[in-house]
Write a protein that binds this ligand. Structure first.
Ligand SMILES: *[C@@H]1O[C@H](CO)[C@@H](O)[C@H](O)[C@H]1NC(C)=O
Ligand SMILES: *[C@@H]1O[C@H](CO)[C@@H](O)[C@H](O)[C@H]1NC(C)=O
Ligand SMILES: *[C@@H]1O[C@H](CO)[C@@H](O)[C@H](O)[C@H]1NC(C)=O
Length: 317
């Protein structure tokens, strides 16, 4: 639309002006670069880059920075003790062979390429219990002219989490996601968080989407090393603290049970025949049994049962 309107407005004088501009830029010898020129040059430098850790001195370790933002809690399965989260993940490391002078390539300072020709750290999530085949596949890596490679992608993670449901439905859960290399020791790969805890937390709070049942309280990050079979590995640990939104449970369980307790207490003060009182009691006990059944569906099998369940049980007795 715009282009055609410009063309129709053009008189011969404007066309002459345009023509001279084109001629001027051709004469001034302005070089034109494509990403392909750069990619070919990098390919040449990086052969055989996928095979080995890209450092010039083998004694130097590669530092891998990672960051995550919690997007949502998909599910927290209390009977399987597993947490399913969706995160935005970022990993950054340096390839000492993949740098260039932007001046040589018309100022191109970053290039995005698929990662088949790159060495990638063997990152592993220690708590993960299911293989990750439901995450979207985004095969691109961003390389900047100083050799820093950034991989940024969404991840769906199913991980173990030790749940404590004693205070259900007012419970808070703390789960961990530990990232580290599976093969490379700390001499090869050093893992570090890219941002500090307060930044990680504020980034996550900004994007977190609650599906109604869990609220994000806090995320913090730390790094450490562990020894396993005589080898020291570097790790970055994210601690997620989430809290259950109890409204549904208050409406479905707490309020009805308070009502039943009230009925139970009131029944003691009403003048009734013994038969009537027995019938009344049985009704209350039946009410509690129904609530206990509902609760049974909602509640996990755990070593220390929820205090609410115990309360119902004792009320029935
Ligand atoms: C491509 O890479 C080679 C080897 O690293 C370098 O000498 C050459 O200057 C590069 N080509 C361009 C056009 O910059
Ligand atoms: C290896 O690490 C040492 C000490 O950190 C540093 O001085 C040196 O420049 C590094 N070597 C290379 C090839 O980067
Ligand atoms: C985290 O990093 C930000 C920005 O770099 C800084 O302002 C803040 O003081 C840091 N917080 C802590 C607890 O180190």
């Amino acid at each position: 639309m715009i282009r055609s309107s410009i063309l129709t407005k053009m008189n011969p004088y404007n066309i002459l002006l345009l023509f001279s501009i084109i001629q001027w830029s051709a004469c001034s010898g302005e070089t034109i670069c494509s990403y392909l020129d750069l990619a070919l040059n990098l390919t040449y430098k990086n052969i055989p880059g996928t095979l080995v850790r890209p450092v010039k001195n083998w004694r130097n370790s590669t530092i891998v920075y990672i960051d995550l933002s919690l997007y949502t809690v998909v599910n927290l399965d209390t009977s399987l003790q597993s947490l399913t989260t969706y995160i935005w993940f970022l990993m950054e490391w340096k390839n000492e062979f993949l740098n260039w002078d932007p001046g040589e390539f018309c100022g191109i300072d970053t290039i995005i390429i698929p990662g088949e020709d790159l060495w990638v750290p063997d990152l592993y999530i220690y708590e993960m219990t299911e293989s990750d085949d439901k995450s979207p596949v985004i095969p691109y890596f961003i390389i900047s002219s100083d050799g820093i490679i950034t991989e940024s992608k969404p991840l769906r993670i199913v991980s173990t989490c030790n749940l404590d449901i004693f205070k259900f439905p007012f419970d808070k859960q703390t789960c961990y996601l530990t990232f580290g290399p599976y093969v490379h020791s700390v001499q090869d790969i050093i893992m570090l968080p890219k941002f500090n805890s307060s930044q990680v937390n504020s980034n996550s709070q900004e994007i977190f989407v609650s599906k109604g049942d869990w609220v994000l309280l806090d995320i913090s990050v730390s790094s450490m090393t562990i020894w396993s079979e005589g080898v020291e590995y570097s790790q970055v640990i994210f601690e997620l603290i989430i809290k259950r939104a109890p409204v549904v449970y208050i409406i479905n369980l707490i309020i009805p049970s308070c009502f039943l307790v009230l009925l139970d207490v009131v029944s003691m003060f009403i003048q009734m025949g013994t038969g009537e009182r027995l019938g009344f009691k049985i009704t209350v006990v039946l009410g509690f049994s129904v609530l206990l059944l509902i609760l049974n569906d909602m509640l996990p099998n755990s070593d220390n049962p929820a205090v609410l369940g115990e309360f119902f049980l004792y009320s029935c007795m």
